[in-house]
Design a protein around this ligand. Structure first.
Ligand SMILES: Cc1ncc(C[n+]2csc(CCOP(=O)(O)OP(=O)(O)O)c2C)c(N)n1
Length: 372
């Protein structure tokens, strides 16, 4: 079988192949600003982690165009089942940076009340951004289930499941894609092929010719798109979303991109990513590509980049300070939002734990070892 052809819209020099982008200048600038806000969020989190104020973060550098391009193709009534590397999807849709920072600090204002790891955001407004699942691939089936429920209810919303190349080796990938294709569930599968799953290179992840090609076997359309080309990703997701809304079922999109940083702030990619590969992809930086495109439309200047980035850093600095100053969740909230009525045995156990904590004090941050 011939592999899918790589789709692009923005040429490396910034020219575009299509006339009607379906986005106003203001919307294009919102996409650009969102990518810079993601970089500012990353840069701030690295400093927070290195100075011991948060336990962990996930760098997004290099994959911002995939995140923002995909997000821009969704409606506010759609549901996002994100990977942990999708900060741009949340920021694009207006989720406040401070709400994300509350999760990074696991404080009392965090929507999960500190019961998730950092970067495991969950929001219901202004878009459904479903709680991130740490076990790789498990959210793919959650997305299919939610999408299928929407179909049964006669709603026209769709679900987007975003995952990495590593996610395709999960059982969730197989059962999710198979079910969705058979039942024509309105879901878009977005595989962000960023070349690595922690230190596992893509050549060791699959023996097949990429990931888009796998759609064929499941009986759904497969699209291979340049993930560093924001407009090409947007176009692919729009096409897949429309297909799903029409009741035709799912699509698998492979966005080919590159993780320009470490897997997480606990990782040192220089130990396993060849320098030449990094250099090759640095030239394809999605932010630079979009700047060239905006430049051709007289919408961009070097000064604008500095101004947007500085504004983003100031915004995120305020968010981080507010989150840092917010109290930890009270121990008594451990069962909140979990049960409509807390079962008697848990209430009893909770009571015992609260009494022990009252006698001995609560654990201090850093008492436990942090996972990868
Ligand atoms: C079931 C399971 N196995 C292993 C892990 C450990 N783990 C965390 S992230 C990750 C890599 C996933 O890579 P990929 O899906 O390509 O996403 P990326 O991090 O590249 O965005 C692994 C193996 C996990 N969280 N869950």
């Amino acid at each position: 079988m011939t592999p899918a052809e790589l789709r692009t819209v923005i040429e490396p020099d910034g020219r575009v192949k299509v006339r009607d982008l379906g986005l106003s200048d203001a919307e294009l600038l919102h996409c650009y600003r969102t990518m810079l806000r993601v970089r500012a969020f990353d840069d701030t989190c690295l400093k927070l982690q290195r100075s011991g104020r948060i336990g962990f973060s996930i760098p997004n550098k290099g994959v911002e165009a995939t995140q923002v391009g995909a997000a821009s193709a969704l409606k506010k009534t759609d549901w996002i089942f994100p990977s942990y590397r999708d900060f741009g999807m949340a920021l694009y849709h207006g989720i406040p940076a401070v709400a994300m920072m509350h999760n990074m600090f696991g404080n009392a204002e965090d929507s999960a009340k500190g019961r998730q790891m950092p970067v495991h955001f969950s929001f219901t407004e202004p878009i459904k951004f479903v709680s991130i699942s740490s076990p790789i691939g498990t959210h793919i089936i959650q997305a299919v289930g939610a999408a299928h429920a929407m179909k049964l209810r006669g709603e026209k919303h769709i679900a987007l499941a975003s995952f990495g190349d590593g996610g395709t080796s999960s059982l969730g990938f197989h059962s999710g894609l198979n079910f969705a294709a058979v039942w024509k569930s309105p879901v878009v599968f977005l595989c962000q092929n960023n070349q690595y799953a922690i230190s596992c290179p893509v050549e060791k992840q699959t023996a097949s010719d990429g990931f888009a090609i796998k759609a064929k076997a499941y009986g759904m359309p497969g699209i291979l798109v340049d993930g560093n080309d924001l407009l090409a990703v947007r176009e692919a997701v729009l096409e897949a979303a429309e297909y799903a809304r029409k009741g035709k079922g799912p699509t698998l999109i492979e966005a080919k991109t590159f993780r320009m940083g470490g897997h997480s702030t606990s990782d040192d990619p220089t130990r396993y990513v060849p320098k030449e590969l990094v250099a090759e992809w640095e030239k394809k930086d999605p932010l630079l590509r979009f700047e060239k495109f905006l430049g051709k439309r007289k919408l961009w200047s070097e000064k604008m980049r500095t101004q947007y980035y500085d504004e983003a850093m100031a915004e995120i600095d305020v968010a981080a300070k507010e989150a840092a100053a917010t109290a930890k969740p009270a121990l008594e909230t451990i069962f909140s939002d979990v049960y409509a009525t807390v079962p008697a045995h848990l209430r009893r156990q909770g009571q015992q734990a609260f009494e022990v904590a009252a006698r001995h004090g609560e654990a201090e941050a850093g008492d436990g070892k942090f996972p990868l």
